[in-house]
Design a protein around this ligand. Structure first.
Ligand code: F0G
Length: 367
C-alpha cells in the first residue's frame, strides 16, 4: 500500500463519525429490516457517552457515572432512534402518512423523518405544554400541527382511534418498530464501555424507552456480548408519576413537560423491565429535577429538564448504588429545545444594559 493510501486508511478508521451510516445499517443484524426496506435516515445514533466526574464525587463509593447524551441525535432527542425504524417500515409497507400524539419530541422527530420519506405527518400536541423549540422543529420540518385543549393522554387516545379508522400509520411508541430502533442505545453503551453498566437511570413517561433499553440489554446478554444485566431505574416527576404510584394521574403536572403523562401506554412492558431487572421506579420533585439540570450543566452538558430526571433520581437513590459499580444516566433530549426553562433556571451572572465602555465593562468584571 502506498504511503498516501495508508494515511487515508488510518484517517478513515479513526474518524468514527464520518463512517457512521445511521443505526439501521450499523445494527441491521439486530433489527427487523431486509433488502427491500427503504433506509430513511438522518444518521441518528452513535451518541456520546460522557464521564461525569463531579457527579461521581457526589455519589462517592468509587462509582463510575456516565451520561448517554441522546440529545445529540439529529432532531435533538432519542426519538430519532425509533423514528428511523418506524418511518422506514411505514414506507416499506406503502403508507403515505403518519400520525402521533406528542409532548414535543416525538412530533419533531416524526415530522423530520416523514419529510425525508416524502410522507405526510400529522401531530397532535397539548395546547400550551410543548417547549417552543420542539414546536418550532415540527413546523419547520413541515408537519401539520393540531394543538388540542387537553393533555398528552387525551391526544394519544385520539390518534390511536384515527389510525385504526383511516389509512395512516401511528408512530407513537405503541408502534413496535419504535422500540426496535431505540434498543440500539443499549448496544452502543455496551459497545463503548466493553461491558454492561450495573445500573441504568432513565426518565420515564410512556415507558417506551425503558422497555427498549431492557430489550437491547437482554439481546446482547443472550448472545454473549455482555455478562451482566443492568438494574433499570426509572424516574418520573412527582406530579406525573403513574408508574411509581401504580395509578392513573388525571391531571399530570411538572416543569418537565416531555414527561407530563398520566396514563403510560407501555405500562406493562415498563413494569416488566423493572421487575425482571430487580430495578425500581421512583419520583423526583421539580426542584430535584432543576437541581440535577444545573449539575449536568456544570459537566458542560445541556439537556432538557425531563432528561435530568435520570440524574435527579440517581442522586436521590445514591444509597442504593453499589460500591465501584458503573451507572449510566440517559439524557434523552437536548437543552436547546426548552430555552425558556434554561433562562429561568440557572445560577449564572448575567449583567444587562451595560454602557459600552471598556472601563465600565472591566469594572463590572471585577478588575
Ligand atoms: N425524555 C424526553 C426528553 C421525552 O421526550 C420523553 C417522551 C421521555 C423522556 C419519556 O420517554 O415515553 O419512552 O418513557 N416524550 C414523548 C414525546 C412522550 O411525545 O415526545 P418514554
Amino acid at each position: 500500500m502506498s504511503l498516501i493510501k495508508k494515511i487515508k486508511a488510518s484517517i478513515n478508521k479513526s474518524s468514527r463519525n464520518k463512517d457512521w451510516p445511521g443505526l439501521i445499517k450499523a445494527y441491521s443484524n439486530w433489527l427487523p429490516v431486509n433488502q427491500s426496506t427503504p433506509l430513511i435516515t438522518l444518521k441518528e445514533g452513535n451518541t456520546p457517552l460522557i464521564r461525569a466526574t463531579s457527579l461521581e464525587k457526589l455519589i462517592g463509593k468509587e462509582v463510575k457515572v456516565f451520561l448517554k447524551y441522546d440529545g445529540l441525535n439529529p432532531t435533538g432527542s432519542f426519538k430519532d432512534r425509533g423514528m428511523t425504524m418506524a418511518i422506514s417500515k411505514a414506507k416499506e409497507e406503502g403508507s403515505e402518512a403518519v400520525i402521533c400524539a406528542s409532548t414535543g419530541n416525538t412530533s419533531a422527530s416524526a415530522a423530520a423523518y416523514a419529510q425525508r420519506a416524502k410522507m405526510k405527518a400529522f401531530v397532535l400536541i397539548p395546547d400550551g405544554y410543548v417547549a417552543k423549540g420542539k414546536l418550532a422543529q415540527a413546523l419547520v420540518y413541515g408537519a401539520e400541527v393540531l394543538s388540542i385543549k387537553g393533555n398528552f393522554d387525551k391526544a394519544l387516545e385520539i390518534v390511536q382511534e384515527i389510525s385504526e379508522k383511516y389509512p395512516i400509520t401511528l408512530v407513537n411508541s405503541v408502534n413496535p418498530y419504535r422500540l426496535q430502533g431505540q434498543k440500539t442505545a443499549a448496544f452502543e453503551i455496551i459497545d463503548e464501555l466493553g461491558y454492561a453498566p450495573d445500573q441504568l437511570c432513565i426518565p420515564v413517561g410512556n415507558g417506551g424507552n425503558i422497555s427498549a433499553y431492557w430489550m437491547g440489554f437482554n439481546e446482547y446478554y443472550e448472545k454473549g456480548f455482555s455478562t451482566v444485566l443492568p438494574r433499570m431505574m426509572g424516574f418520573q416527576a412527582v406530579g406525573s408519576a403513574p408508574l411509581v404510584f401504580n395509578t392513573k394521574v388525571e391531571n399530570p403536572e411538572t416543569i418537565a413537560t416531555a414527561i407530563r403523562i398520566g396514563n403510560p401506554v407501555n405500562r406493562l412492558k415498563a413494569n416488566k423491565a423493572k421487575t425482571e431487572s430487580h430495578g425500581l421506579f421512583d419520583s423526583v420533585t421539580d426542584d430535584e429535577i432543576i437541581n440535577a439540570y444545573k449539575l449536568i450543566g456544570k459537566e458542560g452538558v445541556f439537556c432538557e429538564p425531563a432528561s435530568s430526571a435520570s440524574v435527579a433520581g440517581l442522586i436521590k437513590n445514591k444509597e442504593k448504588i453499589k460500591e465501584q459499580s458503573t451507572v449510566v444516566c440517559v439524557l434523552t433530549g437536548n437543552g436547546l429545545k426548552d430555552s425558556d426553562c434554561a433562562i429561568n433556571n440557572n445560577e449564572a451572572t448575567f449583567h444587562t444594559n451595560l454602557e459600552p465602555q471598556i472601563e465600565n465593562i472591566t469594572k463590572t468584571m471585577g478588575f
